[in-house]
Design a protein around this ligand. Structure first.
Ligand SMILES: Nc1ncnc2c1ncn2[C@@H]1O[C@H](COP(=O)(O)OP(=O)(O)O)[C@@H](O)[C@H]1O
Ligand SMILES: C[C@@](O)(CCOP(=O)(O)OP(=O)(O)O)CC(=O)O
Length: 488
């Protein structure tokens, strides 16, 4: 695929709307929504022989040079002149190039790299808190203010100091970087990034999943990488054993990269089942300025599960049933839309201007209203169980401050449901609102926007993301992405 035109590959961020903690266990599944906010990797040919230069122009001190050696095997070495390190980028280059060498032969890869590469990486503004930008512009923290910030806005800090919003920057970054390299080096064809079921996409998944685990130093559930590759879906994790051999030992890694990561390796047993939010709805995410440390929450919940397996398993089974019912109900709404779009569209317009506790009148003889009402009730039960898990494990999964914010949000007219994403904690919430075709009067999204921007008890800032319907990794045209070409 090496050519003079830049290769641009994007990958979306994620929100785990149901299945936090449970998704760590292959016996359960999580519902993950991919976001319109994406990471973009641009690869251009350079004139520096066997040198790879990587830039992240949104950050200070974020330019790294690597030399590539081909004898006795492919080795990517960071230049001693680099003023900072980027472990994620370095491991992605080393392992993707090594795998490409195995797949296509080292000679072929050295030919492609004979001119060197210039790589630019950027993430949409949503991945990093825009509070400082809004303040500098004198703008309130609203959805419309966010649209006035320049794309890929410079953060004025180094990567180590940036405030992340929880959309999974490292998973989206690794996935877009690995996929763009696989494409550039001719390991996968462009079709792999267009066709949802192409084998090349599965390879991009396995390689990205592995490199992300290696960079994080642990084998996580992988729902974030999976969302970056496949878009919104119901995710069941892979058994960690598939990656164990590659994790520690450099020797084994050098010998077995392709055989372990190959799509023909039956040990990859993750499952990706279709999911999408219902038509005429919109997810709205908030970054709450009160951080939580996901690994420490996870550690405590897993410790509790080990200590009190009977209670924990009963709670997890009950939660899983609710999570799967929520997914089914939301998917059923898409079916109802396909069967009778007129009824669906009219019902959404009606429900959009009333609160959830008033929907029961319509629900009696209207399947669309009944399903939305059910979705509301199930997600409230999920919140209840997540709070129960938090109090049993002694961790703030949906702490009282977040309960208050969510209750105030969900009681607005036209709001279907909400919760704390992923591991929960203090740092984020999501809500699902109606987005009707006929937009008369104040819209549900505007109600949320106004509630959050005047909310006094927590510092809440919306993100601009909606659900990405483009299924995961996407091959882009550099001219079609606002603000991208100017950064190259
Ligand atoms: N724009 C970027 N350019 C290069 N590397 C990035 C960028 N954004 C994030 N990263 C990499 O991802 C790492 C952050 O990973 P992590 O703390 O796991 O974040 P997250 O929770 O968002 O996935 C950074 O240290 C850096 O290596
Ligand atoms: C607890 C979990 O199941 C979900 C965590 O989801 P988050 O979206 O909260 O994760 P971070 O991106 O690390 O903040 C752990 C896991 O599945 O890895």
């Amino acid at each position: 695929m090496a050519s003079n035109a830049p290769v641009v590959v994007s990958s979306p961020g994620k929100v785990l709307i149901a299945g936090g903690y449970l998704v760590l266990d292959p016996a359960y599944s999580g519902v993950v929504v991919s976001t319109s906010s994406r990471f973009y990797t641009v690869i251009q040919e350079s004139s520096n022989k066997s040198t790879i230069r990587v830039r992240s122009p949104q950050f200070e001190n974020a330019q790294w040079s690597y030399s590539v050696g081909f004898e006795p095997s492919i080795a990517v070495e960071a230049s001693s002149e680099n003023s900072s390190k980027n472990k994620f980028v370095h491991l992605a280059l080393q392992n993707t190039l090594a795998l490409a060498g195995e797949a296509r032969g080292v000679k072929k890869i050295s030919e492609i790299l004979s001119k060197g590469l210039d790589i630019t990486i950027v993430g949409d503004n949503d991945f990093y808190s825009q509070r400082a930008q809004l303040e500098a512009l004198g703008l309130p923290r609203t959805l419309s203010s966010l649209s006035s910030i320049q794309p890929f806005s410079p953060q004025g800090v180094s990567l180590a100091d940036v405030h992340k919003t929880g959309l999974g920057s490292s998973a989206a970054l690794i996935t877009s970087l690995v996929s763009s390299l696989l494409l550039y080096l001719g390991v996968i064809p462009p079709e792999a990034l267009k066709d949802e079921t192409h084998e090349g996409r599965y390879l991009a998944h396995n390689v990205s999943q592995f490199i992300h685990c290696l960079a994080q130093g642990k084998i996580g559930s992988g729902f974030d990488v999976s969302a970056a590759v496949f878009g919104s879906h119901i995710y069941t994790r892979f058994t960690p054993a598939v990656l164990e051999d590659l994790m520690g030992d450099d020797e084994k890694r050098a010998r077995a990269l392709l055989s372990v990561l190959s799509t023909s390796n039956k040990a990859w047993d993750h499952r990706v089942r279709p999911f999408a939010l219902p038509p005429l709805t919109r997810i709205i995410l908030a970054d709450v300025d009160a951080g939580s440390d996901t690994p420490s929450l996870v550690g405590k919940v897993l410790k509790w599960r080990k200590e009190d397996p009977e209670k924990a398993n009963a709670l997890w089974n009950a939660l899983d049933t609710l999570n799967q019912t929520l997914a089914k109900t939301l998917l059923h709404l898409s079916d109802l839309y396909s069967k009778d779009g007129t009824l669906y569209t009219r019902t959404v317009s009606e429900l959009a201007s009333s609160k959830h506790d008033q929907w029961s009148t319509q629900a009696a003889d209207n399947a669309v209203a009944a399903s939305f009402s059910e979705a509301h009730q199930i997600s409230e039960k999920i919140r209840e169980k997540m709070r129960e898990m938090g109090s049993l494990a002694g961790v703030p999964i949906e702490p009282p401050e977040q309960t208050k914010l969510l209750d105030a949000s969900i009681s607005q007219s036209g709001v279907i449901s909400g919760g704390v994403p992923g591991a929960g904690g203090y740092d984020a919430v999501w809500v699902l609102v109606f987005d009707p075709v006929d937009k008369q009067g104040q819209q549900p999204a505007e109600r949320i926007d106004s509630l959050w921007s005047t909310y006094k008890e927590l510092d809440v800032s919306p993100l601009s993301a909606t659900e990405s319907k483009a299924k995961g990794i996407h091959l882009e045209d550099v001219n079609a992405i606002r603000g991208l070409k100017e950064l190259l």
